[in-house]
Design a protein around this ligand. Sequence first.
Ligand code: ZN
Ligand code: ZN
Length: 265
Amino acid sequence: MPLYDSHLHTPLCNHAKGHPREYAQVALERGLAGICFTDHIPMPQWFDAPWRMRRDQLSEYIDMVAQTQAEYAGRLDIRLGLEADFHPGTERYVADILAVYPWDYVIGSVHYLGAWGFDNPDYQDEYQRRDLGELYTSYYHLVAQAARSGLFDSIGHLDLPKKFGYREPVSFDAHQPSDAVLRALDAIAEQGLSLDYNTAGTRKPVGESYPAPLLVRAAHERGIDFVLGSDAHAPAEVALGFEAVHAHLQQLGAVSVTYKQRRRA
Ligand SMILES: [Zn+2]
Ligand SMILES: [Zn+2]
């Protein structure tokens, strides 16, 4: 199956480097059939502003990728999407941004619990003050809400709070995912969303892709499909870790889709 890397960033988010054409070049050299840029969506001014493009930079984003599409026409299928945030209260703002352009693919990600950006390395000490069971329960509750919001095509890095190694506590059976994550997976399946199979976790302290193998199986049992993404914030990260993931998906008999075309009304 020709592989796509469907989770890529650009320097517009202020924490990635390399022009989209450099990502495209690496994708071509690594034998991919296509890529999809999914840079962090603009959000209201008060939300996580340093880590994303401003709303007035959206057209620059679209133009930059369009230019790369033209340069690689016939050699690499280049798509344009967004990684959107799900944060209760901002749904209307996000819906407005999603309406300004026919995005190919929109990932919905939860990066915040209240005011805490829990995947920010600067604030990881907060994990030591939290009850991890409660943390994961509230997180997966937000993921289920994100799935039901109707805004997104997939859910980003499903078990992200494990990033720094603070895994979800196991209650009685290590082979049984928690009720909270199963409810989130039920919502994802019900809504026909995919899961971002994200290899960035292999480059983080946890040393494992999102989602964990146990959750990949539970998702597969529910008929959820996977969209492969490296979450590259630099050209060299394009398609990193894909061989292992692809082998795992094939072993499971799971279908991995390229990017997932938007459901249009
Ligand atoms: Zn990022
Ligand atoms: Zn993310």
